[in-house]
Design a protein around this ligand. Sequence first.
Ligand SMILES: [Zn+2]
Length: 114
Amino acid sequence: MRHLHKNDVELWEYLEQIAREAADFFSLPLRKLSVLNPRADYSAICYEDGHIKIQLRMTTRKRKAYEIIDAVAHELAHLRHLNHSPDWHAVYVRLVNFLAKDYAWVRRYRKRRG
Ligand SMILES: [Zn+2]
């Protein structure tokens, strides 16, 4: 994958797995997950066709575990509602709770691998 840093390979595999699990659990039409360019102006994006892109690093620093988990939940919720309405927010909160179990893993990985 083009923008995947060598230290993020296992992290990315893990994120793909938990994103798929969450998408299955909430019946969200996730088609593809990609690493977003560290130079992009935004940290994550969701397209109508079910493609989500997540930034793992920015040009100045790596993204923190909570930022990554939050981005996954935020963009997955857009697969249900492509806006920031209260309905979207309700799905987002459920996803944050669902992914809370993965936060510690991502945090440990970040500490270990930089
Ligand atoms: Zn959004």
